[in-house]
Design a protein around this ligand. Structure first.
Ligand code: SF4
Length: 359
């Protein structure tokens, strides 16, 4: 029954017009942060907070901002172009304070946008000042909702303490945190992430969740498990491994298929989504997303395959360009696609594609 209600609710949320979707998202995010205070004394509020999380993650929309504090990574995942990028001229770096200041000024022009601290390649926790930088962004009035994605390799006790401090000082804007893990055992982790960090990551996530439980901090924690070809996801095992302290706002999800495009080198150990529409007449809705890169570049989209090694066809400009220049560049990419069938390299055969018709 509960499952059926979720499916219906999900279908309804997917059909909301964009403006209404943003309003619903902001409303439930604020409601959740209001409930977080009384939850410390009234545990019965747990299902209401979980319902808010359910709605908030399904109303993120298409226009969110990927905020890349660093493009350096501590893994070499087989589903990511990062290992190939290391062999190109691209500069791998942390965002400087000067770029942060300029980026903060720029994002005030993107009204009601969700900020996702998720690099295209890299792990946010590798920036030495990640918590201060995130706090600076969250304190901006124009920002009402944020998320973060990390592989948790760096989330040791000291970092967990810093993260808890960040969340306790935040006014409920950091709505959801995503952990990306490779399978449910050390062998799968190593095969997918190419580093031997399964036990470390498991301890880190459990240590962090223990702190959240003890401090009764309310944040949606999404543990996303990547799987090898033919593997089945075991939700009970996942919970036993990664949520030993039974933190109430943990949500598991998994990938048994991965995104790719025509320029992407496929790996035989994982399955990929098929390309179901080879000729795409309309541009992709995700071109409306914006990525602020660690080096000050501004790009359309920001998903893991939106920047291919040696290609910058989705680059819109940089933090010194005006909002109009950035939006003109975005329009040019979309017009080239829809009127001249010039499709940017990362979008050719891309299986993340979502049609923008009706957006
Ligand atoms: S088609 Fe793929 S690469 Fe292009 S904008 Fe959409 S998701 Fe990004």
């Amino acid at each position: 029954m509960k499952r059926k209600i979720k499916i219906v609710l999900e279908l309804l949320l997917r059909r909301l017009p964009e403006r209404l979707e943003i309003m619903v998202s902001l409303f439930f995010n604020r409601l959740k942060s209001r409930l977080a205070g009384p939850y410390k004394r009234h545990a019965f509020l747990k299902p209401f907070i979980r319902l808010c999380d359910f709605i908030v993650v399904r109303t993120n929309g298409d226009r969110f901002i990927e905020f890349e504090l660093t493009n350096i990574c501590n893994a070499q995942c087989v589903f990511c172009p990062y290992p190939d990028m290391l062999r190109t001229e691209k500069k791998f770096m942390n965002m400087s304070e000067q770029v942060l200041d300029k980026t903060i000024r720029k994002i005030s022009g993107f009204k009601d946008a969700l900020i996702s601290f998720t690099p295209t390649t890299g792990d946010t926790l590798l920036h030495p000042d990640w918590d201060h930088y995130i706090a600076r962004v969250l304190e901006q009035k124009s920002i009402s909702k944020a998320t973060m994605f990390t592989n948790a390799i760096k989330l040791d006790d000291a970092y967990a303490e810093r993260f808890v401090r960040l969340l306790s000082e935040d006014e409920g804007k950091m709505s959801q945190v995503y952990f990306s893990v490779g399978g449910l055992d050390a062998e799968t982790y190593k095969a997918l992430y190419k580093v031997d960090r399964f036990d470390l990551v498991r301890n880190n996530i459990n240590g962090f969740l223990k702190r959240l439980t003890e401090n009764r901090i309310v944040t949606g924690i999404h543990i996303h498990v990547k799987l090898l070809k033919g593997m089945e996801f075991d939700a009970v095992r996942a919970s036993q491994l990664f949520n030993v302290h039974d933190y109430p706002f943990v949500y598991f999800s998994y990938s048994d298929r991965y995104f790719s495009n025509d320029g992407y080198k496929r790996n035989a150990i994982i399955d990929y989504y098929p390309v179901d529409e080879p000729v795409k007449q309309h541009a992709c809705a995700y071109l409306l997303k914006t990525r602020f890169a660690a080096d000050g570049g501004i790009w359309a989209d920001g998903c893991v395959i939106s920047e291919m090694p040696g290609d910058s066809s989705l680059r819109l400009g940089d933090v010194d360009d005006s909002h109009d220049v950035i939006e003109e560049a975005r329009k040019r990419i979309i017009d080239n696609w829809e009127q001249r069938q010039i499709i940017p390299k990362p979008c050719q055969g891309c299986t993340v594609y979502r049609c923008r018709r009706g957006v």
